[in-house]
Design a protein around this ligand. Sequence first.
Ligand SMILES: [Zn+2]
Length: 621
Amino acid sequence: MVTTPSTKPPKKRTWKFWVLRSLFVLLLIGAVWLVNLIWFRPFNIRHFYDRVFVATVLRSPELTTLLGLPVLYDWTKDEWDNVSDAQQRRNFEQVKEDYQTLLRYDVESQSPENKLNTSILGWYMKLQVDREPFFYHDYPLNQMGGVQSAVPDLLVDKHQLRTKSDIDAYITRLNGIPIKFDQVLEGLKIREQKGIIPPKFVIGQVLTQMKTFIDGGVYKNPLYTNYIHKTAKLQDVSADEKAAYSKQVAEAIQHSVFNAYQKLIEYNEGLYARSTNDAGVWKLPNGDAFYRYQLRLHTTTNLGPDEIHQIGLTEVNRITAEMRTILQRQGYTDTTQTVQVIMQRLSHEFRFLFPETPAGKQMILARFKQLLDEADKRVGVAFDMRPKASLTVEPVPLFKQAGEALGRYQMPALDGSKGGVFVANLRSSAEHPTFGMKTLAYHEGIPGHHFQVGIQTELNRTAEPRLPIFRTVIPFTAYDEGWALYSEKLAYELGFYQNDPFGNLGRLQAELFRAVRLVVDTGIHHKRWTREAAITYMVANTGRSESEVTTEVERYCVMPGQACSYKIGMMKILELREKAKRSLGSRFDLKQFHRVVLANGAMPLPVLEETVNNWIEQSKS
Ligand SMILES: [Zn+2]
């Protein structure tokens, strides 16, 4: 039996602190309630929506730090989330209770807006509640994340060091790491007893990460260099105080942090010896049911693994054939070579590459800007709704280049103080052959993530009536990645690839990649493919390098079902558009369709379908 450390380290806190903190919490909840009381009918369901959101933030000091919430940040900056088994159970019970509360509201008597609010939040909560039989079905430590990387990341990236109180909190957090790691260890042992053990290749990478972290010693450790770097210029802390603090920081790292890592390393070395290389979750207890749950969680549909596998195979064939036709028209007629091999060769052709120099990289950045400016002007034919937020193009900072994707979208600030950003990774010009650039720009920027996420984050300010805050942040990957993928195709339909057969090949290559994911994810977790078989299939069908594909496959192993959300979401949006066209004939309006899809922010696909169906019915009359 594993025991949880039940006592927290003593804190230098007075009764005043606790009274103030309680008052503050009451005030915050009171303010929300008051706002509802004033603006809406008392005991309105909207009070409940906000309460759920506020309660989630209050439960998590780490989330508060990550979001950088003013005031609240200072109250909880020296704490970690309690991840003990008992606390996670309590959190789960709370979610169940909240869901029951939501169900007790009389839905029929609500306004259409609140019906939609309830439907979206209800979906989201039910997906959480349905996890109950699979409460332990995950790998808390894996190569993509876990405390071994999340804890230092939070301290380095998000924990502020501007005042003495910030430094005190930093040291308290360092010394709190052993308790946090013990809680994680407790969870790992429970999982091991239940036969939930990550594949050997996952444990091996986690071990490497942890050993690398402590290998360099205290003074080269990022937790130490971060402290030195951030406090160097502080005016309010004297040189003597800084020296005393740095000693405390070093001691905390040496004793608390390194010992905590050492303990996790020892346990995982034992686990490594007891693990196998089986890659899929079929190997877990009740693994097939778990995978079905994961597919529902990520796609928000009831599509089973065999169906998704088949959809993937069909799409891979269709897209590969389309690419073959285009390649042949462009003179690549050697049919003894696969499409993927020809695409590989294409990406090395001089005519498609920018120079591998700072000037070449500036040209890439300028090209992305130009593409997005043009898209912004041309999408007007298909949209009468746009985000207010601006879109800029920025390069990934040098020190982050190695670990980041080729491009990503950074959402605007919720208060509108900063616009959206398309962040391009310029570590190597060779990674941006010209024929792939349009698709990346349309996906991340316009009309992709920037339009969808931008509109969603503004719902709380622009929609009439004002939407509850949860609607601006709630994620449904099938919807938001589905939209971004749909945008790639929409750009093609709008003529953005006219007279650009190679750009169109780049688009199809990107679509093919998402279709391959359907085959590989279901292959690993349902059809019991090995990691190696998955890599072989993926190299052959995407033409990407083995190292790149290996990272992908290992990601699917620890995030079952996630990789299926993109293509399934896109296909649903296309299907709904076709249905609307068929039903409305000449009355179909593309601008209106896009408004219906985007104006409500992220939704589960069945709710989106219902919304589109309602619109079709209204438009008919
Ligand atoms: Zn995306």
